[in-house]
Design a protein around this ligand. Structure first.
Ligand SMILES: Cc1cc2nc3c(=O)[nH]c(=O)nc-3n(C[C@H](O)[C@H](O)[C@H](O)COP(=O)(O)OP(=O)(O)OC[C@H]3O[C@@H](n4cnc5c(N)ncnc54)[C@H](O)[C@@H]3O)c2cc1C
Length: 373
């Protein structure tokens, strides 16, 4: 008998395991042979403060102290390195920039609007005859995603949690006030289940007899192209309508079409036409003249119907906890949602890092999706 079975070994599952295991016994079950094989291993690895739904912004703020100063012994190198964000708009299309600036100011992000000339000075690849304006945010950062995932694994194991790979959960049954979880040949009895199965979140719920919440996985493509000399410290550049983005990644640029294409839960693969369209748009806005793609991949960003995260106990199924719907911000918010899930599941007060950042558990409560809030 274990207190919690966590299903899914992506960033959400390991963050939950790290936080829950401080006060409870935890078994994490991951279907694949490696834990961050799906979306968590396929991100752009960025922290962008001025991004995500209104409900998620406080989680971004609350996550920062952990990312800047992770618990002793959990990491071998810093998790964050500075990477500013430069939003850019084409001539005649700058209204969205002002909206982003406004949202940023409302949430305390330090964002300043730029004239076209300053955009080109800051990022000489942007074409002067394309750009209409920019918005600069200094507070962004690259996240060492593998280091962060490993930090949670270390903390969880250090607290006595067991993390199993090659363990697909195939059945979940209620057993009085407990749950029975079947994974391969093993049946585990536990007090509560945490559904951190990403794109498969609704399928896991269905297994447990819990009504799905309408999760929608959305495919997003990314690819690497050769960088420019001295480009390693340049900002991430994001088209303000999110039609493409790129960021320096070592000696390469990581590029994306920034698309949201509905998908079934699956091992997502990039489509040639998405890569080609991104290259066309980036070549129109920059002087990069991309002709070579070094590597490409795709991942699923999974959203709840209202695009806020879903964190907490299902009102219809005591002992069934959701930790899904992280969309495009599941890496940068992971320390905060892991802490929130653990406080709710263990019946403890919210940690001060969450309350100080204005995290409101009602915003992410699954009950809102059951029409009970
Ligand atoms: C191209 C791209 C760029 C992104 N950029 C950023 C970024 O810059 N910053 C940011 O914060 N976020 C970013 N994201 C979003 C981020 O990657 C996700 O929000 C996050 O990884 C979701 O984590 P997860 O653990 O929920 O999902 P996953 O990593 O997919 O983990 C879910 C796990 O559950 C397992 N599972 C499913 N069903 C079962 C079962 N029955 N039994 C056992 N295991 C099961 C799966 O095998 C999987 O490993 C990006 C995403 C993409 C695709």
């Amino acid at each position: 008998m274990t207190d919690f079975v966590v299903i899914g070994g992506g960033i959400a599952g390991v963050s939950a395991a790290a936080h829950l295991s401080q006060d409870a016994s935890v078994l994490l079950l991951e279907r694949e042979t490696t834990m961050a094989y799906h979306t968590s291993g396929r991100s752009a690895a960025m922290l962008v403060e001025n991004y995500g739904s209104a409900g998620a912004r406080p989680l971004v703020k609350a996550a920062r102290p952990f990312l800047e100063d992770p618990p002793e012994g959990s990491v071998d190198a810093p998790l964050l390195s500075p990477r500013a964000v430069l939003w850019v708009s084409p001539l005649g299309g700058t209204s969205h920039l002002e909206e982003i600036a406004e949202e940023g100011r409302a949430n305390g992000a330090n964002a300043r609007l730029l004239e076209p000339g300053s955009v080109v000075e800051m990022a000489p690849i942007i074409r002067a005859d394309w750009v209409g304006g920019g918005l600069f945010e200094e507070s962004g950062a690259d996240i060492d995603v593998a280091g962060l995932h490993q930090a949670y694994v270390r903390i969880a194991r250090g607290n006595g949690a067991e993390l199993r790979t090659r363990s697909p959960v195939s059945a979940i049954e209620r057993d009085g006030s407990r749950w029975k979880v079947v994974a391969e040949d093993d049946t585990i009895t536990c007090g509560a289940v945490v559904d951190a199965a990403g794109a498969w979140g609704d399928l896991v719920a269905r297994m447990a007899g819990v009504e799905p919440i309408g999760l929608q996985p959305m495919r997003r493509t990314a690819f690497m192209v050769p960088g420019r000399e001295n480009s390693t410290r340049w900002p991430m550049i994001v088209e303000a309508d999110e039609r493409w983005y790129l960021k320096p990644d070592g000696v390469q640029f990581l590029c994306s079409l920034a698309e949201e294409t509905p998908s079934e839960p699956m091992d997502a693969r990039p489509r040639m036409e998405d890569v080609a369209l991104a290259i066309e748009r980036i070549n129109e806005a920059t002087n990069l003249e991309i002709r070579t793609v070094n590597s490409q991949w795709a991942g699923l960003r999974t959203f709840a119907p209202d695009r806020d995260l879903v964190i907490g106990e299902d009102p219809t199924a005591p002992g069934f906890f959701w930790l899904v719907g992280q969309g495009g911000i599941g890496i940068q918010t992971s320390p905060a949602y892991g802490a929130l899930l653990a406080a709710l599941a263990l019946g403890k007060p919210l940690p001060t890092a969450l309350t100080a950042a204005g995290v409101d558990p009602a915003r992410t409560d699954p009950a809102r999706l059951r029409g009970r809030c």
